[in-house]
Design a protein around this ligand. Structure first.
Ligand code: SF4
Length: 352
């Protein structure tokens, strides 16, 4: 076995994490759910969501049979909702194409919606001991430092070099027995030792051969993404009040917050009452404006101006994508984080 793999495996056994809720199983479904939830999300945030999700959907069949709405309700607050939509879509595909049998190799797993090469490799390594390399954000950080590689890891050339390194370092002997521990070791090292800020180099098992450490370049690696300022947009969210109820609309999918329940949105430069009358057939009067709030997506920033309006003479209709409900009930639906914040602000400030 390579010294690198051997060192990491021995380190993981003594110092790595062993009691996370998704460890100690080789059920590919449970591992898949965890790996998808862990994308761009901290372990401590994921744990309660993971436990609730597995309780509600203990296997692929249960997930496929659930409505997307139920899946997104359990996902609400975890962010990056396309992950929840893709999990559901993939479960339906697995039921349809292979009667619920999860794919057995990383290359097949990577064909499922929402699963990239690294996630597929992690699932295959944990579930089947397949000898395949992972390269998530944490592992990229470890490798760029260990090998002293400059260049933003998201750039094709740098990424290709990192994949080459990742494959070259895999355990060679008894790989099937070692892959789960080796893969976990890489994840653990990136998460608890070779951290973005203040890495614990003095406790790191890779330190004797780490180029960044030897050359005092740890703080400058990995190379940062070339910065382009994010564009910003402004919008108005309408809180239409009818007695003790408000109106929520389900967003179309795909799209931002697709499938989630949201407050009606209108362009900032159109008068709210005019918009309600002309575009929604609702007569209303404006009561007040709430403090604006900011929300950052990966590709733009959104400044939201919430406005509270009282509805007058509106026939209270329910359709598949529009519902009137109390704030308490709205908070139980799959709603985006800014909508949740607005509703909580409304109740805590006694404006409603
Ligand atoms: S020595 Fe420091 S920089 Fe190098 S791999 Fe270990 S923690 Fe990361």
């Amino acid at each position: 076995m390579s010294t690198f793999a051997n060192t990491l495996i021995e380190w993981q056994k003594q110092h790595g994490r062993h009691s996370l809720p998704w460890q100690g199983t080789n059920d590919p479904y449970a591992i898949w759910v965890a790996e998808v939830m862990l994308q761009q999300t901290q372990v401590m945030t994921v744990i309660p969501y993971y436990q609730r999700f597995l309780e509600a959907f203990p296997d692929i069949e249960c997930l496929a049979e659930a409505s997307l709405n139920t899946v997104l309700t359990l996902w609400s607050g975890l962010g990056y909702y396309s992950r929840g939509r893709n999990l559901h879509k993939a479960a339906c595909l697995i039921m349809e194409r292979s009667q619920g049998r999860f794919p057995q190799h990383a290359a097949e797993i990577a064909q499922l919606p929402g699963i990239g090469r690294s996630t597929a490799a992690a699932i295959a390594a944990f579930a089947y001991g397949e000898r395949c390399a992972i390269l998530d954000g944490n592992v990229k950080r470890v490798f760029t430092r260990y090998f002293g590689i400059t260049g933003y890891p998201g750039e094709k050339k740098t990424e290709a070099l990192l994949w080459q390194k990742a494959e070259g370092l895999l355990p060679q002997e008894n790989a099937q027995q070692q892959m789960a521990t080796y893969t976990q070791a890489l994840m653990d090292l990136g998460a608890i030792v070779c951290t973005r800020h203040q890495p614990k180099c003095l406790n790191c098992p890779l330190q004797p051969d780490c180029i960044a450490f030897a050359e005092n370049r740890v703080a400058s690696l990995p190379t940062s993404k070339p910065r382009k300022p994010l564009p910003s947009k402004e919008t108005t969210f309408l809180i239409l009040r009818n007695q003790d109820e408000i109106l929520l609309e389900q967003r179309s999918s795909p799209g931002i917050w697709g499938g989630l329940w949201c407050l009606p949105e209108k362009p900032i430069d159109i008068n709210s009452q005019t918009y309600c009358k002309q575009c929604m057939g609702i007569e209303s009067v404006t009561i007040s404006s709430l403090p604006p709030l900011n929300h950052t997506f990966t590709h733009f920033k959104l400044r939201i101006h919430p406005q509270l309006l009282q509805v007058i003479n509106y026939p209270r209709k329910k359709t598949a994508t529009k519902i009137w409900l109390t704030i308490d009930r709205a908070l139980q639906l799959a709603i985006p984080v800014p909508v949740r914040k607005i509703l909580l602000e409304l109740t805590s400030s006694n404006r409603f």
